[in-house]
Ligand binder design. Structure first.
Ligand code: PMP
Length: 479
C-alpha cells in the first residue's frame, strides 16, 4: 500500500501533466484511492469507503478469480487479435448464447465509446441512411462521432450543438419528462413518447438523410436513472424499422445483469424487444478495458461486403477475452443476478421508507442495482433539488460512502454499485442517508438564515431559506 507520492504531490503532478478537462470525482477534495476489494475502496490513509458508484468493477474490486485468470494469461500470451486464439472464439460463443438468437456476431473493442462508434458505422453501412435519432440527455461516449449524437455533451459547454442529421427526441421520463404520470396513464405515455420518435422518423425521411439508427440506452443512466414506460420500446422499434432504420441498445452501463431480472436491460421490456445492435463496455472486464458490439449476421455481412477490413489491435486479445470470460464465471458462480434482484428490492423498499419520512424524496425508481432517488423541493411542482443532492453526496463522502448525482438537474441520487453489495452495505448507506436528510431538515427548521449553496451549508445575513442551485451546465460530473 505504500504511496510513491504524498497526496498533494500527486495532485500537483496531475495538474502539471494531465489535461485540465479530465475531471476528478469530488474535485474540491479529490480522493486518492490506493487499493480496493469487493465494494470497498481504501485511500492513502487506509480509510475505507463504501463504493456505490462503481459500475465498472462489477463483480467486486480485484475479484480473485478475475485477477488470477488475468495474470495467468498474461504470463502465457498476449498479442494482437490477428492470430487464431481459443479464448476469443469461446468467449464470443458464450457471450452470444446470452442474447436472443439473432444477435450472434461480435466485434471486440476497448471502450464503450469505441463500441458505439463502430455500431454507428455498421448501421450506416447496412441501412445506407444517415440520420440518427437519439434521446435527450443521452451520453454514448467521448469520440467525435458519438459526441455528435450525445446531447449530454453537444448541448453543454464546449459542445458544438446538434448536427442537422441528428434528431433529439424527449426521453420517456414519466416523472419529469415532456409528458408525465400526473396527466397520463403509463400506457398513454408509452405511445406519446413513441410518437415523438415516429415524428423524428418522418423528419429524417423528409430531410433526405433517411433513418439510419435509433440510439438509446435500455434504461437511461445519465438522464437520471430513467425507466421507460412498458410498451415504449416495442412501439419505437416498430416505427424505426418501418422507416428503414435499425435499433440499438446501449448496455454499457446497464448490461451484464445490473438490472437483476435479466442479463440485458432491454430484456426487461419483453421478449419481443430485440435490438439489431447492442453495445457493451464498463462491467465486461471488471475494470480491464474491453468492450463489444453484438449484432446480426445480416448487419455484419453488409459491413463485410464493403470490402474494407476491420482491424482493432487490442480488441479481443487473449488477455481481454480471458478476463471477460472470468467475469461471466463469477456472475454465474456467485448467482449475481439473483443477488442484484434481492439487494435491489431491499434497497428500493428502504429508499421508499425514507420517502415516507423525508419530503425531499420525490421519486424512487429503477430495478436491481440500477436505482435512482429523485430529490425535489416540492412534491407538487417536482422542482429538482440540485444543491441538496450535492450536499448529501458531500456529507456521505465525509462519512465514507461514495454516491453520485445525475440527470439534467443533477438532482437524482444514482445508485450503481458493484453487484456484490451486501445487506450490511445497504444498511450503512440507508442509515447514513436517513441521518443526513434528518440533519438537513433540522438545520432548515432551526436556522433561518442558513442556505445551502453549491453543496455546503453556509451562513448568510438573509432571513431566507431559499436554496440556490448551480445551473446544470456549471456542474461537470463523471458518468
Ligand atoms: N455509453 C454509456 C451509456 C456510457 O455511460 C458510457 C460511459 N459513461 C459510454 C457509452 C462510453 O464508454 P467509455 O467511457 O468506456 O468510452
Amino acid at each position: 500500500d505504500k504511496e510513491k507520492l504524498k497526496k498533494e504531490d500527486t495532485l500537483a503532478l496531475r495538474r502539471k501533466h494531465i489535461g485540465p478537462s479530465c475531471k476528478l470525482f469530488f474535485k474540491e477534495d479529490p480522493l486518492k484511492i490506493v487499493r480496493a476489494s469487493g465494494c470497498y475502496m481504501y485511500d492513502e490513509e487506509g480509510r475505507r469507503y463504501l463504493d456505490c458508484i462503481n459500475n465498472v468493477c462489477h463483480v467486486g474490486h480485484c475479484h480473485p478469480h478475475v485477477v488470477s485468470a488475468a495474470t495467468k494469461q498474461m504470463a502465457i500470451l498476449n498479442t494482437n487479435s490477428r492470430f487464431l486464439h481459443d479464448n476469443l472464439v469461446l468467449y464470443a460463443q458464450r457471450l452470444t448464447s446470452l442474447f436472443p438468437e439473432k444477435l450472434n456476431v461480435c466485434y471486440f473493442v476497448n471502450s464503450g465509446s469505441e463500441a458505439n462508434d463502430l455500431a454507428l458505422r455498421l448501421a450506416r453501412t447496412h441501412t445506407g441512411n444517415k440520420d440518427v435519432i437519439t434521446l435527450d440527455h443521452a451520453y454514448h461516449g467521448h469520440v467525435s462521432s458519438i459526441i455528435d449524437i450525445s446531447p449530454y455533451k453537444f448541448n453543454h459547454p464546449g459542445g458544438n450543438g446538434k448536427p442537422d442529421w441528428v434528431h433529439v427526441v424527449p426521453v420517456a421520463d414519466v416523472y419529469r419528462g415532456k409528458y408525465t404520470d400526473k396527466d397520463h396513464t403509463l400506457e398513454d405515455l408509452a405511445t406519446k413518447y413513441a410518437d415523438e420518435v415516429k415524428q423524428a422518423c418522418e423528419a429524417a425521411t423528409k430531410q433526405g438523410g433517411g433513418v439510419c439508427i435509433f440510439y438509446a440506452e435500455s434504461m437511461q443512466s445519465c438522464g437520471g436513472q430513467i425507466v421507460y414506460p412498458p410498451g415504449y420500446l416495442q412501439q419505437v422499434f416498430k416505427h424505426v424499422r418501418a422507416a428503414g432504420g435499425v435499433c440499438l441498445a446501449d448496455e454499457v452501463q446497464v448490461g451484464f445483469g445490473r438490472v437483476g431480472s435479466h442479463m440485458w436491460a432491454f430484456q426487461t421490456h419483453g421478449p419481443d424487444v430485440v435490438p439489431d445492435i447492442v453495445t457493451l463496455g464498463k462491467p465486461m472486464g471488471n475494470g480491464h478495458p474491453v468492450s463489444a458490439v453484438i449484432t446480426t449476421r445480416e448487419i455484419s455481412d453488409s459491413f463485410g461486403a464493403t470490402g474494407m477490413e476491420y482491424f482493432n489491435t487490442f480488441g479481443g486479445n487473449p488477455v481481454s477475452a480471458t478476463i471477460s470470460n472470468a467475469v461471466l464465471d463469477v456472475i454465474e458462480n456467485e448467482k449475481l443476478l439473483e443477488h442484484a434482484t434481492m439487494i435491489g428490492n431491499y434497497l428500493k423498499q428502504e429508499f421508499n421508507r425514507l420517502k415516507e419520512k423525508h419530503m425531499l424524496i420525490g421519486d424512487v425508481r429503477g430495478q436491481g442495482m440500477f436505482l435512482g432517488v429523485d430529490l425535489v423541493k416540492s412534491r407538487d411542482t417536482r422542482e429538482p433539488a440540485t444543491a441538496e443532492a450535492a450536499f448529501i453526496n458531500k456529507r456521505l463522502k465525509e462519512q465514507y460512502v461514495l454516491l453520485s448525482a445525475d440527470g439534467p438537474y443533477r438532482n437524482v441520487l444514482k445508485f450503481k454499485s458493484p453487484l456484490v453489495f451486501s445487506l450490511d452495505d445497504c444498511k450503512e448507506l440507508v442509515d447514513k442517508l436517513d441521518n443526513i436528510m434528518t440533519e438537513m431538515e433540522q438545520a432548515e427548521k432551526a436556522a433561518l438564515g442558513k442556505v445551502i449553496v453549491n453543496g455546503s451549508v453556509e451562513h448568510t445575513n438573509h432571513q431566507s431559506q431559499k436554496v440556490s442551485n448551480p445551473s446544470p451546465n456549471e456542474i461537470q460530473v463523471k458518468v
